[in-house]
Design a protein around this ligand. Structure first.
Ligand code: GLP
Length: 256
């Protein structure tokens, strides 16, 4: 695991976007696993800037998102489909048919989970998986549990996740209680994983996930077993990690 500490959120976002753009330049038809949440928004803004500057072409890229709220229509402003359209897809030349998310409106949950696993198989797995980190250590919506979930499943969100996500909704009652999420095994099969963490509020869970025991109670801790993980975090998020496990990069990040 390579852990890079940047001086702030903007610096983190630039470094992450440069890494993603480099992946696309080296493999124009690369399969990106994409994440939602507030943390990757700056990275998506940078990717859009790279595209507008003519530095990256998404026409052959394919994306598979981690998760979607169950019961949420794609045009709902809090759906993850809407988030991706708004922050990335509508601003770049990725063909809409290449963008995949679970269908929140699927009538049959089991069928939707197996459809999504087929999508993952059909695209041939993920080259670069972008991840944020939930306050309780979840990745995608793989919540703390007694075992690591393998494949796409429908999950009951924990109270702490509902609480964390209520900032995006008018009232707590509006926060969905269930979601579809890619499983841990699918995430672990990605060839490269890029984890973004920002803010002091993540410091304790970052320490637990990357320095603590590997346990399904902290789903992100499984990433310690992946051979090719890059963590990029700002100084507050990485403040509880000892200096010997991280590389501090305060130098300006060159633009593409
Ligand atoms: C949601 C998403 C996760 C994301 C997490 C953290 O729960 N399902 O993929 O990592 O939020 O969000 P934030 O980046 O806003 O802290």
């Amino acid at each position: 695991m390579n852990i890079y500490q940047t001086k702030d959120y903007a610096h983190m976002s630039k470094l992450a976007a440069n890494m993603m753009t480099a992946h696309i330049l080296l493999k124009p038809d690369c399969r990106l696993g994409l994440a939602t949440g507030s943390t990757p928004i700056g990275t998506y803004q940078q990717l859009v800037a790279h595209y507008r500057q003519g530095d990256v072409d998404f026409s052959k890229v394919c994306s598979v998102n981690l998760d979607e709220y169950k019961g949420m229509p794609p045009d709902h402003p809090q759906s993850y489909r809407y988030f991706m359209q708004h922050h990335l897809f509508q601003h770049v030349n990725i063909p809409p048919i290449h963008t995949h998310l679970p269908n929140g409106l699927a009538e049959d949950a089991a069928q939707e989970c197996s459809r999504y696993d087929s999508v993952l198989r059909a695209v041939g797995g993920i080259d670069l998986q972008l991840l944020g980190l939930g306050n309780n250590g979840h990745i995608g919506f793989n919540e703390p549990s007694t075992s690591f979930a393998k494949t796409t499943h429908c999950v009951d969100l924990t109270e702490s996740t509902v609480e964390a996500n209520k900032r995006f909704f008018k009232q707590q009652e509006d926060v969905p209680r269930q979601a579809y999420t890619m499983g841990i095994a699918s995430i672990m099969q990605a060839r490269h994983i890029l984890v973004l963490v920002s803010g002091e509020g993540k410091a304790e869970i970052v320490q637990a996930a990357f320095m603590g025991p590997i346990t399904p109670q902290v789903p992100a801790s499984i990433l310690q077993l992946h051979a090719n993980v890059t963590v990029i975090g700002d100084a507050p998020a990485l403040s509880l990690l000892p200096s010997e496990v991280k590389t501090v990069t305060n130098a300006p990040i060159p633009a593409f």
